[in-house]
Design a protein around this ligand. Structure first.
Ligand SMILES: Nc1nc2c(c(=O)[nH]1)N[C@H]1C(S)=C(S)[C@@H](COP(=O)(O)O)O[C@H]1N2
Ligand SMILES: [Mo]
Length: 312
């Protein structure tokens, strides 16, 4: 049985009670280990605020942004990533940029950090589940890294792959199917190349003036602020340029629910719930969701002539 996104309710878990019990036991073991090795407070990371990319709403509390997470490699509960993140080792780490490029790269994480000047950008992140946060991210345009590899004229898409290592990600352990929401590992995501080259697409290495906490996708992730949160893949080890549209983890798990584009769109409902409103973490009221999460002026032209109902 495949569990689907936002099906991860107590009812759904009871349906798969066996997987749940095995998984809970494993996570308890993992949790004990995690407590024994609480990760150090992330180190400070300097970045220049970029006033061109910020929203004026107050940032979500750091404590909420680091304890209410989606990172299914650690389990499907919002609190699982913070509880189990100590098992992820963000160093040493390297990122491969390959596929349809003239100059394939294998960059140590320190080279990734130094590849372009670090900026702070305050972005809204809208989860497909109907909540959102406002986060001061640190990074630089993804285009800077992609251009270093020199995509060839055949490259049309970009695929992101998260680390696969069951020793570091407890929900990837074989036999614990269901614990990771029924996703196939490694988690993959993708963008069209023009989306990936858009100045808003951020290669992200920090937040709130610090290095990325493990539960937020250390040591390097992307943040694509006009798309639902699941497009913003965490803990990336490979960025591959392709001619064909890459397969993505959520699209494989539930294709009729999670398309390739996944642009924030209050007018296109998820098959099982409305996308018209959202709740900011830390607030009680629901806000109206903005087209393309408020970035329509900047990115709507990427979708000229496309039917956004078909290309959900
Ligand atoms: N590898 C990986 N990346 C992931 C996810 C995941 O489960 N695995 N969850 C996604 C979802 S659904 C969201 S909403 C955001 C959450 O990012 P945050 O925890 O830093 O707020 O990460 C995205 N990136
Ligand atoms: Mo999400």
């Amino acid at each position: 049985m495949k569990l689907k996104y936002a099906d991860i309710t107590p009812e759904a878990i009871y349906l798969d009670r066996r997987a749940f019990m095995v998984g809970a036991a494993a996570l308890l073991v993992g949790g004990a280990r995690a407590e024994a090795a609480t990760p150090p407070e992330p180190a400070a990371l300097k970045a220049t605020p970029n006033p061109k990319f910020r929203i004026d709403d107050p940032p979500t509390k750091y404590e909420s942004a680091t304890t209410y997470n989606n990172f299914y490699e650690f389990g499907t509960d919002k609190s699982d990533p913070a509880h189990h993140a100590a098992s992820l080792r963000p160093r040493p780490w390297s990122v491969v940029v390959d596929g349809l490029v003239a100059k394939p790269q294998r960059l140590d994480i320190d080279e990734v950090l130094k590849a372009a000047p670090l900026e702070e950008r305050i972005y809204g992140l809208r989860c497909v589940e109907g909540w959102s946060m406002v986060i001061p991210w640190i990074g630089y345009p993804l285009s800077m890294l992609l251009r270093r590899a020199e995509p060839t004229s055949k490259a049309k898409y970009v695929e992101f792959t998260t680390l696969k290592d069951p020793e570091q990600f407890p929900a990837q352990k074989p036999g614990l199917f269901g614990l990771g929401g029924g996703l196939d590992w490694p988690y993959t995501e993708g963008l069209r190349l023009d989306e990936a080259l858009h100045p808003l697409a951020l290669l992200t290495v920090g937040m709130y003036g610090k290095v990325l906490p493990n539960q937020n996708g250390a040591p390097v992730r992307v943040v694509i602020p006009w798309k639902y949160g699941f497009k913003s893949a965490k803990s990336i080890v490979r960025i591959r340029l392709t001619e064909e549209q890459p397969k993505t983890a959520w699209n494989k798990a539930a294709p009729q629910e999670y398309g390739f584009y996944s642009n924030v769109n209050p007018d296109v409902d998820h098959p099982r719930w409305s996308q018209a409103t959202e709740r900011r973490i830390g607030e009680f009221r629901r806000r109206k969701t903005l087209m393309l999460n408020g970035y329509a002026d900047q990115v709507a032209s990427l979708y000229t002539g496309m039917d956004l109902r078909k290309n959900y």
